[in-house]
Ligand binder design. Structure first.
Ligand SMILES: [Zn+2]
Length: 301
């Protein structure tokens, strides 16, 4: 199983910034040290190309990001200050999801230790998201003729508003989002299937709702590829989560999603999406168990 990573491309943040950037390198280190995959499994992705970005973004927005011409308000909306490193990291992150999708088609399952930047719209970024990697990857593989139907299974606690907006009216990409009703983004977009959960939702209710959601996704037909956004932010200790899932509950979520894909014979590329627990190792724990599950399924395949 191939694992794509981007943490060597540094996105510089000012002192005191609350984004837990170190989670990415710590996660890669923990996976490497576990020995669960050989070191050759780790791959550096390419930077998404202009053609790949153009599947999902306006040329003017991409040009502004590349040239460092985002207005201060646009940068504030994204939440990261502009820097050449921010551009490179964002391009590599989208490249990682594209390559994870290609690898999933060959191996059945693959992981990007980045991505899930689902708040990026055609013409703007927000919520720590610059480019919409899910849409870019889905449409790039479609353009390559590798897949026709793609399902985006967005289990980050925040609604996949950018993905829903970009893919609205596109029957070849099914967007599913299960998220906190009262959470950011406060103005929701319309996915093909949205499940909005009240504050404080725990494991049992979440898993029942997720099961029904997956029934809905797979009842529409068998996609050629799924992209699973395995956000760590539904965890009860997350700073910006508002739900009450335990780590065991999140492991059960991963099993549910990955088992349903396996049963349906659908290759799946996994991205990390959000995670904002005050103690970074808690975020790493949650993503680690997702990767562990994916590796066990790849070995068993
Ligand atoms: Zn999130």
């Amino acid at each position: 199983m191939r694992i794509f990573y981007t943490d060597t491309f540094v996105l510089p943040l000012p002192p005191g910034h609350r984004f837990p950037m170190t989670k990415y390198s710590r996660l890669r280190r923990r996976i490497a040290e576990s020995g669960m995959v050989p070191l050759e499994a780790f791959r550096l992705p390419h930077a998404a190309t202009p053609e790949e970005l153009a599947t999902s973004h306006d040329d003017t927005y991409v040009a502004k990001v590349r040239a460092g011409e985002l207005e201060p308000a646009e940068q504030r909306r994204i939440g990261f200050p502009w820097s050449p490193g921010m551009v490179e990291r964002s391009l590599r992150s989208s490249g990682a999801t594209i390559e994870a999708c290609r690898a999933a088609l060959e191996d059945g399952i693959s992981v990007s230790l980045a991505g899930g930047t689902h708040h990026a719209f055609r013409d703007r970024g927000e919520g720590f998201c610059v480019f919409n990697d899910s849409s870019i990857a889905a449409r790039t593989l479609q353009a390559e003729g590798k897949v026709k139907q793609v399902a985006v299974l967005d289990c980050d606690v925040h609604q996949g508003n950018g993905t829903a907006a970009i893919c609205a009216g596109d029957p070849s990409i099914f967007t599913f989002s299960i998220h906190g009703e009262k959470n950011f983004p406060y103005r929701k977009e319309v996915s093909d299937l949205d499940i909005a959960l009240p504050d404080g939702t725990g494991d049992e209710t979440y898993l029942a709702a997720l099961g029904e959601g997956l029934d809905g996704v797979f009842s529409t037909g068998r996609p050629d590829l799924a992209i699973f956004l395995a956000g760590a932010d539904p965890w009860h200790g997350d700073r910006w989560g508002r739900l009450r899932l335990t780590k065991a509950g999140l492991a059960a979520r991963d099993r549910l999603v990955l088992d349903r894909c396996a049963e349906a014979g659908v290759p799946v590329a996994i991205t990390m999406a959000g995670g904002y627990a005050p103690v970074v190792e808690d975020i790493v724990d949650i993503h680690y168990q997702t990767v562990e599950r994916a590796v066990s399924m790849a070995v068993g395949a």
